[in-house]
Ligand binder design. Structure first.
Ligand code: NDP
Length: 256
């Protein structure tokens, strides 16, 4: 089979939260498919280390350290990219945080932080990327990272679940407005994956057993298992796919 449909040569991808975890794996996958990368996070040292590792594999990498929840910082970051001649063809809205607390103990600040980081960020960064894609008139790709909690609630993660449910509808809302500009907006919903975000859960034998029992694949997902779906949604292969959410969850959402 020809892989031309999945070739990302000549494209530039911004992956938010790509200094580690799932974002880092997705960034590497897009780079291996031919894309130049813009690596992001809030910690400049971590961003620098992730960028260095990609460069050592021969990839072209820019660094953009900014907080995706800070509108002024997002605008400044895009202005710096504009000034450097870096045009984003592919945006992956991946940055996110978790907070585990009973809902009755969640403060308004807790709530706002989780919603801002997991949902409002995708609007802020997506808007800046789309403004430029529309003006350039050569289309683009936006991939929002949801979760199985885009569909399922779970005790102690209410703000996160609310944000990830919002990601599903934001993906459709973006597609509704931007598909006519040849911008395909879709989402990926990972199941339980092996990353730092889940360190406490992984180290908890009863939670680990619950994940393995609840997931038909009987194991946690590996970050690199998101790459195929990300490359597909970032490439010409998904040219008429709009507003969809693809779950990469070992079958979790298919069973009770
Ligand atoms: P990690 O905690 O491992 O990594 C989070 C990344 O986001 C880091 O690069 C971090 O960089 C960055 N980040 C966090 N806050 C901000 C911010 N305000 N501005 C810019 N960057 C930020 O998380 P995961 O890799 O596990 O998760 C990535 C995404 O996947 C999230 O959206 C998460 O909800 C989602 N997801 C994860 C699942 C899992 O099982 N791990 C399952 C389903 C969805 P820095 O430290 O420099 O700020």
């Amino acid at each position: 089979m020809s892989t031309t449909l999945f070739d990302l040569s000549g494209r530039t991808a911004l992956v938010t939260g790509s200094s580690r975890g799932l974002g880092q794996a997705i960034a590497r996958g897009l780079a291996d498919a031919g894309a130049s990368l813009v690596v992001n996070g809030t910690d400049a040292a971590r961003v620098g280390a992730a960028a260095k590792a990609l460069r050592e594999s021969g990839h072209v990498v820019h660094e953009a350290t900014f907080d995706v929840t800070d509108e002024a910082a997002v605008l400044r970051a895009f202005e710096r990219l504009d000034a450097a001649g870096v045009e984003i063809d592919i945006l992956v809205n991946n940055a996110g945080i978790q907070l585990r607390k009973p809902l009755v103990d969640v403060s308004a600040d807790d709530w706002n932080k989780v919603i801002n980081t997991n949902l409002t960020s995708a609007f802020l960064v997506g808007r800046e990327a789309a403004r430029r894609m529309i003006a350039r008139q050569r289309g683009g790709k936006i991939i929002n990272i949801g979760s199985v909690t885009s569909e399922l609630a779970r005790a102690t993660v209410a703000p996160y679940t609310t944000a990830k449910g919002g990601i599903k509808m934001l993906t459709r809302a973006m597609a509704a407005e931007w598909a006519e500009h040849d911008i395909q907006v879709n989402a990926i919903g990972p199941g339980y994956m092996l990353t730092e975000m889940n360190r406490a859960l992984l180290d908890n034998p009863s939670f680990d057993a619950w994940v393995k029992g609840r997931t038909p694949a009987r194991r946690w997902g590996r970050p690199d298992e998101l790459i195929g779906t990300a490359v597909y949604l970032a490439s010409a292969a998904s040219g008429y796919v709009n507003g969809q959410m693809i779950y990469v969850d070992g079958g979790m959402l298919s069973v009770l």
